[in-house]
Write a protein that binds this ligand. Structure first.
Ligand code: SF4
Length: 444
């Protein structure tokens, strides 16, 4: 091959590469839209079965208003958790939280973990891996994402952007065998791998959906049944939770969980809700108290601030009302075109980008420009969180810093829409072309 031919080959392979990247993106967007449509359909089918939905939402909003940044409630929760024998450690920053968890591991080299957005926020898994600790995700979707090294696309459905064919193809290398592209075959294989790790682990790390101050209890909600197994490893149960997870009591926490289940999945309840107020114990033999009968001998809660106190005292306070259901992602027209590109580090969508900007996680600032200011997220959010207003406030602050505030809102609005139309057309054109070539048929 002479020089000219080789440069043609390089150009060709470069354009083939960018075409395959575009096709991969288009496939992911299509798969994500299908998964989101399924949740929305289930929500429509079940909405009449959620008794007093509007009252529940108002009640939750009131609870969040009274609980966020409530120092007295936080102290009550800590006192009652400790009274129940749960060790509580407070972390001001993400780094402190990671180092507290490391200290609790006391040399353990294998940890099983359940879904937790906070652990992503503080980079726990990567930090533990750097210290030689293997962290096994035990949620099926999270484990898939962990194996194939992708970004999650939804807080409760992290692999929503991948078709079963794509997952089977990409897991086949990891498992060293061709996997049948069916949900059943994939789940069976991933579950068996997870189960083997769980039975070998002495320590489990979970997040917390809520902490009930009055009872000193941690509430965990899940469908897969993995969380209770992680929480009952014989050595230690480590819980990592933000200070925004405090509720006055278990009744208010359960009201939140009911709404979270409906908005995240369209179901009226998850399969499991665990309320844990201390380790298992018995005094059956001569009244001697023995802890860890059928579960961990120790529980430790790492309570993380990481800018939450500052946000609670700022104009962005309502951001912390969020219960993490991901409903805003299901309805966001920008997310349905950009997918997880509309994110900053571990934080997804418009609300995530605002959160990341406030706690110093913003990647390059460009993520704020994606929001279309359409307010679909606010209209559909169970707490009516006005993400668009917060995005616009941050944009204005940025314009002020750059000394060009004139017509800033109009400029951002027009630019976001032009980019959005361009990207939407690119996804559709790539998908159509691939279908015509027989590459994009829906095998998922
Ligand atoms: S206002 Fe922004 S974040 Fe909210 S739905 Fe519209 S584009 Fe998405």
């Amino acid at each position: 091959m002479d020089e000219d031919e080789s440069s043609v080959a390089v150009v060709k392979s470069g354009s083939e590469h960018s075409h395959s990247a575009r096709l991969k993106k288009a496939k992911e967007i299509k798969a994500m839209r299908r998964a989101f449509a399924t949740v929305k359909k289930r929500q429509r089918a079940n909405i009449a079965r959620v008794v007093n939905l509007e009252n529940r939402k108002q009640r939750l909003l009131q609870t969040r208003k009274e609980s966020i940044g409530n120092a007295g409630l936080l102290e009550q929760a800590v006192a009652n958790l400790e009274r129940n024998g749960i060790k509580v450690k407070r972390a001001r920053t993400g780094e402190e939280a990671v180092s507290l968890v490391q200290g609790e591991l006391a040399g353990e080299k294998l940890v099983v973990k359940s879904k937790s957005n906070l652990t992503k926020e503080v980079g726990l898994v990567e930090a533990l891996a750097d210290k030689g600790v293997e962290v096994m995700e035990t949620d099926i979707g999270d484990r898939i994402i962990q194996v194939i090294g992708e970004k999650p696309s939804h807080p409760t459905g992290p692999a929503s952007h991948l078709s079963k064919q794509e997952i089977a193809d990409r897991l086949s290398t990891h498992f060293g065998q061709q996997i049948e592209p069916t949900a059943e075959a994939i789940v069976e294989l991933v579950r068996d791998e997870i189960a083997a790790y769980i039975s070998n682990a002495s320590v489990g790390i979970t997040g917390a959906n809520a902490i009930a101050a009055e009872e000193g209890a941690v509430l965990l909600m899940h469908n897969e049944g993995n969380i209770i197994q992680v929480a009952t490893r014989p050595g230690k149960h480590i819980i990592m939770a933000g200070i925004d997870k405090i509720y006055p009591n278990s009744e208010e926490a359960l009201n939140m969980l009911k709404l979270q289940a409906f908005y995240a999945t369209g179901a009226l309840s998850t399969s499991f809700i665990n309320i844990i107020a201390g380790t298992s114990q018995t005094a059956d033999i001569e009244k001697k108290l023995i802890k860890g009968v059928h579960g961990p001998r120790e529980m430790c809660l790492v309570l993380v601030d990481n800018h939450r106190s500052e946000i609670a005292d700022s104009d962005y306070r309502e951001l912390l009302y969020c219960i993490g259901c991901g409903q805003c992602l299901l309805v966001c027209p920008a997310y349905s075109v950009y997918g997880s590109e509309f994110s900053a580090n571990s934080q997804l969508g418009g609300k995530g980008v605002v959160y990341a900007a406030l706690n110093g996680e913003e990647a390059d600032g460009g993520e704020l420009d994606i929001c279309l200011s359409c307010r679909h997220c606010q209209k559909n959010c169970p707490l009516a969180i006005d993400t668009s207003a917060m995005v616009n406030r941050l944009r204005l602050e940025r314009h002020r810093r750059l000394r060009e505030p004139h017509l800033a809102g109009a400029y951002d609005f027009v630019r976001a829409h032009i980019d959005w139309i361009g990207n939407a057309l690119a996804v559709e054109a790539t998908w159509l072309l691939a279908k015509l070539r027989g590459l994009g048929e829906d095998r998922g």
